[in-house]
Design a protein around this ligand. Structure first.
Ligand SMILES: *Cc1c(COP(=O)(O)O)cnc(C)c1O
Length: 362
């Protein structure tokens, strides 16, 4: 049998073994076509079916209302940081951002290149260890949108509820928690995410947007950076990342087979609880980075008393088959990313390893 690592990588991240095995089976000869999906025309019937199936599955699993478009784009979430202000931020308006950490910061930086921005709330004074209180978010009246980062991948914080923005469109970067739980899409103007954490491999970016926001882009924007180009062409204006879309489709089918977004949420919570409980019951040996109320169900960030011990933890964990537990350099410490495809068994093994490490070093 294939040996699989306990994969806690932050992104690209673990994919379900079943999905990889199905891709392996279909790699050389996709459903009798005599070629792989990568070798086919993206204008052909076979690819188009996969493409449209991925879009319908997203619609079904998230119960996306009919007045929303689903786009499959390229360039990662990072390109969305620029496309959003280019398409939506008009003169006389501000792009408003809730500053929650590293990714929110990257998003606002791009918007500043395009137009005026405003910080609607920030937790910078607390080193971004929490999501600002919803009631502290101030949305300027001339906001083109309010941008939030639903899960800060590096700090390990996550919104438990979203601000109500009334007529100002709420835009969420859900790159690290897309399809990890049910959401009410109708509360958002736009949701976007790179697929490589929760929903497949890198190469495809999912955009779910209210029709009126993406139907007509300003004429001055280059073709590929206009939402309306992709809306009019069902995300087939140019060659799509066909293999990534194919794998994301398999991953969506996997979510469906697991019971959908609600079942995945329970599964994710069960996984994360094992590790947070180990932290909380360690008598201070392990310390969570995020405020308890803002803890992420996707990225668990924690520290040990000394950097020496943290280094030793990483080294020993690698010897035991764990991958990806070193924290991001900007926060330090340790991080376990427990996205959709990370099996419960990996989390059990990590919780046990943590307890054992504490016994030996506490
Ligand atoms: C990983 C990540 C990104 C960057 O995604 P790319 O696809 O690499 O551009 C943006 N936002 C969040 C929250 C992320 O976790």
């Amino acid at each position: 049998m294939t040996k699989r690592a306990y994969n806690f990588n932050a992104g690209p991240a673990a994919l379900p073994l079943e999905v990889l095995q199905q891709a392996q089976e279909q790699l050389v000869d996709y459903e009798g076509a005599g070629m792989s999906i990568m070798e086919m025309s993206h204008r052909g019937e076979i690819y188009e079916k996969v493409h449209n199936e991925a879009i319908s599955l997203l619609r079904e699993l998230y119960e996306i209302p009919a007045n929303y478009k689903v786009l499959l784009l390229q360039g990662g979430a990072s390109t969305q940081f620029a496309m959003i202000p280019m398409n939506l931020l008009k003169s006389g308006q501000v792009g408003s951002y809730v500053m929650t950490g590293s990714w929110a910061d990257k998003a606002i930086k791009e918007a500043k290149l395009i137009g005026e921005t405003a910080v609607a709330a920030t937790s910078e004074a607390d080193k971004f260890n929490r999501i600002p209180n919803i009631s502290d978010i101030q949305i300027p009246a001339n906001s083109a949108y309010l941008h939030v980062t639903s899960n800060e991948t590096i700090e390990g914080t996550q919104y438990k509820q979203f601000p109500v923005t009334n007529e100002v469109p709420l835009i969420a970067d859900m790159s690290s928690d897309i399809m990890s739980k049910p959401i009410d899409v109708s509360k958002f103007g736009m949701i976007y995410a790179g697929a490589q954490k929760n929903l497949g491999p890198s190469g495809v970016t999912i955009v779910i947007a209210r029709e009126d926001l993406v139907s007509e882009s300003p004429k001055s924007i280059p073709t590929m950076l206009r939402y309306d180009t992709h809306v009019k062409n069902n995300s087939l204006y140019n060659t799509p990342p066909s293999f990534s879309v194919y794998l994301a489709n398999l991953m969506l089918k996997w979510v469906q087979a697991k019971g959908g977004a609600a079942a995945i949420e329970q599964y994710n919570r069960d996984k994360t609880k094992l590790i947070y409980d180990t932290i909380d019951q360690s008598g201070g040996f392990y310390r969570g980075f995020a405020d308890t109320d803002s803890r992420s169900v996707m990225n668990i960030t924690f520290r040990i008393q000394t950097e020496e011990l943290e280094k030793q933890f990483v080294k020993e964990s690698e010897q035991h088959g764990f991958v990806g537990l070193k924290g991001h350099r900007s926060v330090g410490g340790l991080r376990a990313s427990t996205y959709n495809a990370v099996p419960l068994e990996s989390c059990k093994a990590l919780a046990e390893f943590m307890s054992d490490f504490q016994k030996r070093n506490g």
